[in-house]
Design a protein around this ligand. Structure first.
Ligand SMILES: [Zn+2]
Length: 287
């Protein structure tokens, strides 16, 4: 049963001729999930915490690793749901090629409030998605609006979307959960930021976890999940959460998608030795 889920996902993955050559659309039951890539890039090993010279020598010998900045669009039951909004660089062009206008985004699900995830929600300081209900975890909201942090972009975002903002407490991994909205469940993955949240898409028994910034350097953090990054607000908690999530998705054969996983940005996590390997899902060309 678990294997079938992965197989179904891989056979249904297709590419279409839109965007900048980084197309990846996946069926999850009746949901369609589209990669919205803001760009492919290389990360520098200088951001890694706890990587030994041997790890870098084998996993990132030139001092870099493949990286990307992504958002995703979930289409289910006639609703357009964004998961994060990237920087807002290519986001609107990517949405246009999918025939989705900004006015037709119904829901924005925020994993966390770093600029490469919420930048696209504001255009010239105004709402980029005037008709969207915005979801953010209570903890994330409280962190960014606390006196200790005082982040102006996040405060501006909260101010302009104040009538559309929905704060929630995500469910705990492995425990019974109530969906946040039809087909989507929020799951706590605290550590990278205090309220960092993953989103599970579920339809017709198929699942996909969009895990946000659970990883930044797949080449290093899959074999060595205890390596953290300087962007982690709480590196020790980020490591603990990563180990927990990798264990869960590999045991339960749940396909994943990530905001900083290089193209195709979706795939399967498999346990190997003391660490994990990531198998990007094969891309099938559409006629
Ligand atoms: Zn990020």
């Amino acid at each position: 049963m678990k294997k079938i889920q992965l197989l179904m996902m891989s056979t249904l993955l297709t590419t279409a001729s839109y965007g900048q050559g980084f197309e990846n659309s996946t069926n999850v039951g009746e949901a369609r999930v589209h990669l919205l890539s803001e760009g492919q890039q290389k990360g520098n090993t200088s951001i890694l915490i706890g990587a030994t010279p041997e790890m870098i020598e084998t996993q990132a010998p030139d001092g870099t690793f493949p990286n990307a900045v992504n958002a995703f669009l979930i289409q289910l039951s006639g609703k357009n749901m964004l998961v994060d909004a990237g920087f807002g660089k290519r986001l609107f062009d990517n949405l246009q090629t999918l025939d989705v206008d900004a006015e037709h985004i119904d829901i924005v699900l925020i994993t966390h409030a770093h600029g490469d995830h919420i930048g696209g929600m504001l255009r010239d300081g105004e709402k980029a998605f005037p008709n969207a209900q915005v979801y953010m975890s209570q903890k994330e909201h409280d962190y960014w609006t606390s006196d200790a942090v005082k982040n102006n972009t996040v405060r501006q975002l909260i101010a302009v979307y104040k009538d559309q903002l929905n704060l929630f407490n995500p469910s705990v991994i492995g425990e019974p959960a109530t969906p946040l909205i039809d087909g989507v469940t929020a799951i706590a993955a605290y550590g990278h930021t205090p309220g960092h949240t993953m989103y599970e898409v579920e339809s017709k028994g198929e699942k996909l976890w969009i895990w946000g910034d659970l990883t930044h350097a797949m080449a290093v953090q899959m074999p060595y999940p205890s390596v953290a990054v300087t962007y982690d607000v709480d590196p020790a908690q980020a490591v603990k959460t990563r180990l927990e999530v990798l264990n869960y998705v590999s045991k339960n054969a749940i396909p994943i998608a990530g905001m900083h996983i290089a193209y195709p940005s979706t795939g399967a996590v498999v346990k190997e030795g003391d660490g994990y390997v990531f198998n990007p899902v094969e891309i099938k060309k559409m006629k």
